[in-house]
Design a protein around this ligand. Structure first.
Ligand SMILES: Nc1ncnc2c1ncn2[C@@H]1O[C@H](COP(=O)(O)OP(=O)(O)OP(=O)(O)O)[C@@H](O)[C@H]1O
Ligand code: SF4
Ligand SMILES: [Mg+2]
Length: 415
């Protein structure tokens, strides 16, 4: 796997005017009238962006910087604090994909006239970047919005708001023709390989259809291309005449992978690609995906529940909870030094491969709240063991707290 541990996306540096004082959780929240004067001030929405290291002056030891830790629930104004400054490292160039303030609110219809009576905030202001050739994990409990993010990136689900900039173009604003072209470069592998393959079509037709939509490898080239793809994913080419039900779950997922690769994409969303499979064959499919990613230089958003699998194959990990990002960090950093209480709790529940390492088990009390009416301020506060009254007052911004590591939590005196 191409390790890219020097990624140092940084919160955007824009000025903002503060009008409100909220006492800090650690007595540390301060207010500035003119934060444009402060270095490295992040403005909402905190948007991980690329940092050119050459442009960053070295930060003297002990220096402090003023950062925005969130927005006030009452006024919507930024809330600032002072934190130790750090030097940003490295650069990764332009992102392949930039997600900005992505939202998907599913309307709830009700009443006699079927009017909209509310909405499910499945994705609620999500920001992240994906760089060429990296594998990024997207984790979080069931219902946190992972699938909705993945599908919204390809506009299989229409976003309610926000931007998805892919290779410099906003997918959200594309017309049908532009979208069809973009989808040649963006593909998805679904969780359930049975449901995602049409049972009435042979494997040849399934993969051939993907080629036909984009007018690739037509005529005499078509069959050899399908054979080549099947061989690459470990299916015998002569089996292309068969139907999906004639294959095992693992084989069906291999066919789903071949279909995604048929059009030579740059970017793949893999939505829990192995969780519906037998444990005994999960590793084989994960290894296949990993080989293909390296061989083809793919950029992958790997959605999963299993933090162990994600740590194994991903360069970076995004942690979601109730439609929002809680933390983004390089995989090893997230596992060894989580900065967000939710990540800490998730990790405490995950099995540790090294039996000599003991983790304190943190029980997350209660269920994930309803995304119809999420808690005010920090959406994790109803289950957070570090919650304080201010957590209900401030919507935490996703801000960089260590090089390449972002968290959405107002407290810096924990973890
Ligand atoms: N079409 C829809 N209409 C209404 N609500 C939806 C729809 N699709 C998803 N949701 C809701 O949006 C929220 C996020 O769902 P999503 O499937 O994205 O979560 P997830 O993190 O992928 O969960 P899982 O781990 O179970 O796959 C959930 O509360 C879900 O019920
Ligand atoms: S994660 Fe916990 S401590 Fe941090 S803002 Fe949310 S509720 Fe507060
Ligand atoms: Mg899902």
């Amino acid at each position: 796997m191409t390790r890219m541990d020097h990624d140092a996306p940084q919160a955007s540096q824009t000025g903002a005017t503060i009008t409100e004082v909220i006492p800090g959780p650690a007595g540390s929240l301060t207010v500035s009238d003119d934060v444009t004067a402060a270095p490295a001030v992040a403005a909402a929405p905190a948007a991980p962006a690329v940092q050119d290291s050459a442009a960053v002056p070295a930060t003297p030891a002990g220096a402090m910087q003023t950062v925005m830790i969130g927005t006030s629930v009452q006024t919507g104004e930024p809330v600032m604090t002072e934190v130790p400054a750090f030097v940003h490292e490295g650069t990764q160039g332009e992102p392949l994909l930039s997600v900005r303030n992505l939202q998907k609110h599913f309307p709830i219809k009700g009443g006699f006239f079927g009017r909209t009576v509310g909405s499910v905030k499945a994705v609620d202001g999500v920001n992240f970047d994906l760089f060429r050739g990296e594998v990024v994990g997207l984790v979080g409990e069931s219902g946190s919005g992972k699938t909705t993010v993945g599908r919204t990136l390809l506009r299989l689900v229409e976003p309610t708001g926000g931007d998805v900039i892919f290779k410099g173009q906003d997918v959200v604003k594309m017309d049908k023709r532009q979208l069809r072209e973009a989808r040649r470069d963006m593909q998805i592998i679904f969780q359930d390989p049975f449901a995602s393959l049409d049972p009435r079509m042979t494997v040849e037709e399934i993969i051939g259809e993907a080629l036909d939509i984009h007018k690739l490898h037509q005529g005499a080239e078509r069959k050899p291309r399908i054979a080549e793809l099947l061989q690459r994913v470990g299916i015998r080419p002569e089996q292309m005449v068969r139907y999906p039900h004639e294959f095992s779950g693992g084989q069906r997922q291999r066919i789903g992978i071949a279909r995604a690769l048929a059009v030579n994409p740059d970017f793949i969303v893999a939505d829990e690609p192995v969780s519906a499979l037998d444990v005994s064959i999960q590793a084989q499919v994960v290894n296949l995906l990993q080989d293909l990613q390296q061989e083809l230089g793919l950029t992958v958003l790997f959605i999963a529940h299993d933090l162990l699998v994600v740590e194994y194959i991903c360069d970076r990990i995004i942690v979601m909870y109730l439609g929002k990002i809680m933390e983004i960090a390089p995989s090893h950093q997230l596992n060894n030094d989580p900065q967000h209480p939710y990540t800490e709790a998730l990790l405490s529940a995950a099995p540790v491969p090294d039996p000599t390492i003991k983790r304190q088990r943190i029980i997350l009390e209660g269920d994930i709240p309803s995304p119809i009416n999420p808690p005010s301020g920090c959406v994790f506060r109803t289950r957070c063991r570090y919650a304080i009254p201010q957590c209900a007052e401030v919507v935490p911004a996703l801000r960089e707290v260590k090089p390449g590591q972002f968290k959405a939590c107002i407290r810096d005196d924990i973890l």
